[in-house]
Ligand binder design. Structure first.
Ligand code: ZN
Length: 215
């Protein structure tokens, strides 16, 4: 586990990152990782602060590497899950929120090998959140529309600390922040627009689902 700024930590397995915000005896988790890594995440949460309890799970989007452990975590800690309406509908039925678009035989092969690992248990999402909301986390965490990678993708931004939790709306390409693209991207035009809107905020910390940038 790595501290990003005081009170904000990153946990990772196999280049899949989750973020933990600890304040006032409560822990907010941003994304839940794959089900095969749920024990590792629970161990980290248990060890990080014995006085604090997991109280909210924010999900950026309904891919298995982002909500795979959500059911187990919400049952273990009896805490709610929050996501946008389109992603919540997918999470509630244990699927993804968009079709993949394999472009060639290699993509087909990759998806057929990888997808079983990304299978996630269906779980109800108790809190529907939407862009424009301000969450009572880190002194005010803005909910941003970052649709593109998926139809209801959300990001979370804390402007005073300039820390952005971007899910898969910002990825690493040639060692630089880049928009989502490729056969698992729902809409590449919207993905680029979402990327540009977020970069215009001038975040100092970009906490992505598979990369972290300190700018
Ligand atoms: Zn991902």
């Amino acid at each position: 586990m790595q501290q990003i700024i005081p009170g904000v930590f990153m946990h990772s397995n196999a280049s899949i990152y989750q973020y933990l915000i600890v304040e006032n005896g409560q822990i907010t988790l941003i994304d839940a990782g794959l089900p095969i890594f749920s024990r590792s995440l629970i161990r980290t949460i248990t060890n990080m602060d014995r006085q604090a309890a997991l109280s909210l799970i924010l999900i950026t989007h309904a891919d298995g590497d982002h909500y795979g452990s959500a059911k187990q975590l919400s049952e273990t800690y009896r805490c709610p899950i929050a996501a946008s309406a389109p992603e919540a509908a997918a999470i509630h039925s244990g699927r993804m929120s968009r079709e993949l678009k394999p472009r060639n035989a290699f993509d087909w092969l990759l998806f057929s090998v990888a997808l079983p690992l990304f299978t996630a248990a269906a779980v109800p999402v108790e809190q529907i959140i939407e862009p424009g909301q301000l969450l009572p986390v880190l002194g005010g965490l803005q909910v941003l529309d970052s649709a593109g990678h998926t139809p209801g993708h959300l990001s979370f931004y804390q402007p005073e600390r300039q820390i952005l939790f971007a899910g898969d709306s910002i990825i690493k390409r040639r060692n630089a922040p880049s928009p989502a693209h490729g056969p698992n991207c729902w809409d590449e035009v919207r993905a680029r627009e979402a990327f540009e809107r977020q970069m215009a905020l001038k975040p100092r910390h970009i906490c992505g689902g598979h990369s972290y940038f300190r700018i």
